[in-house]
Design a protein around this ligand. Structure first.
Ligand code: NAD
Length: 357
């Protein structure tokens, strides 16, 4: 297969981790007989420096014309004084909007080799952590009306959370379809005891569930879900939730698996073209020092292979390579434990390329 990947190297450690992810993709292409070509799409602080804006029109077009977008991370102190409309992160929000990316998939998976970095009790960690948060990404309170006004001599601020049936339907389908490729269990998280938007959420998810009789559906209030994620994460397969709840729960979920440097994410819309990135930022404190862990970005590349290219075998090969290198005792410094071999970003990339089979 021939596929074109738009590459946003970004700022800070972005260029370092992207270089290693591309190396792994090239190893996959060679091993499985594909051709991947890469189109550069500057975004974030480096784009502000070169073009004056965080998302140049040419980059937006390059991404929209690609088969999938791979992103490092954007932002850093150099651009903190930019006006809100011109900050590096603004480019990312604009790109998500332009690509219509309404579904965010974030796996919370702990590699058994890293269980000692898990902050949960050993008996809980021993049961394993492997679930996926499917978060609605372009609706809810983040995209509702925001207002601050004077009422009776004091300020009052209002943020409106609203959802339409079609917005809930389309993300529910993503969750059920994804669950079919996993352990066939969806836990829909809401606050239906209090919020109207959650009551519509629950009713609509139940209606969609009728099309997936082979997938088990459970409902959970968000406060309970936050508690259950740390009490017994092994009970979850796919967590389906709205934008605000998903933002909070997916960060909680990533923390219990060990390091932020290990977790990928995928943002998907109607077509097959998605945006794939590690969940962390540009880590300016370690940029340019060969200290970054590239595994989150490499696993994001595996998600790109799976979700945008339909290359399940190739995605599994990348995940197996990560497992094999960890089993060999090699660790970047963020996940290094006594007795392991510390490696830098470049050496980790090399080991991963060599482990593709
Ligand atoms: P961060 O995620 O960049 O860093 C937090 C800590 O984790 C730092 O100590 C860093 O060294 C460490 N870390 C992060 N990724 C790592 C990796 N791959 N390997 C080893 N250690 C790693 O968060 P921050 O410092 O709050 O943000 C820095 C910049 O990134 C800010 O400008 C922020 O706005 C931006 N940011 C961008 C994105 C994105 O592009 N999607 C996401 C979050 C933050």
């Amino acid at each position: 297969m021939n596929r074109n990947i738009a590459v946003i190297r970004g700022d800070g450690i972005g260029p370092e981790i992207i270089a290693e992810a591309i190396g792994v993709l090239d190893a996959v292409a060679k091993r499985y007989g594909h051709t991947f070509s890469y189109s550069e799409a500057p975004m974030g602080g480096s784009a502000i420096d070169a073009f004056g804006v965080p998302l140049p029109d040419s980059s937006r077009k390059t991404c929209l014309a690609s088969d999938g977008v791979l992103l490092g991370a954007v932002g850093g102190p150099k651009w903190d004084s930019q006006p809100p409309e011109n900050r590096p992160e603004r480019g990312l929000l604009k790109l998500r909007g332009a690509m219509g990316l309404y579904a965010n998939l974030r796996p919370a998976r702990m590699f058994a080799e890293l269980s000692s970095t898990c902050p949960l009790r050993a008996d809980i960690a021993a049961k394993g952590i492997d679930f996926l948060v499917v978060r609605e990404l372009i609706g809810g309170v983040y995209f509702g009306t925001h207002r601050t006004e004077m009422v009776d001599g004091e300020q009052r601020a209002t943020d409106i959370m609203s959802y339409s049936e079609h917005e809930i339907c389309r993300i529910a389908h993503v969750a059920f379809q994804t669950a079919r490729q996993r352990r066939r269990r969806v836990t829909s998280v809401d606050k239906a005891n209090v919020l109207d938007s959650s009551r519509l959420w629950r009713k609509t998810v139940c209606a969609v569930a009728e099309e997936y009789p082979d997938v088990e559906l459970l409902h959970m209030y968000v406060d309970n879900a936050a508690m259950q994620i740390v009490r017994d994460p092994s009970q979850f397969d796919v967590i389906l939730t709205e934008n605000l709840f998903g933002d909070i729960l997916s960060d909680e979920a990533s923390q219990i698996t060990g390091s932020i440097g290990m977790i990928p994410s995928a943002s998907l819309g109607e077509g097959t073209c998605g945006l794939y990135e590690p969940i962390h930022g540009s880590a300016p404190d370690i940029a340019g020092q060969d200290k970054a862990n590239p595994i989150g970005t490499v696993l994001a590349a595996a998600m790109l292979l799976r979700h945008s290219f339909g290359m399940e075998r190739e995605a599994a090969a990348v995940e197996a390579a990560v497992k094999s290198v960890l089993r060999g005792g090699y660790r970047c410094r963020d996940i290094c434990q006594p007795g392991c071999t510390p490696v830098g970003c470049r050496e980790m990339g090399l080991l991963l390329r060599e482990a593709i089979c």
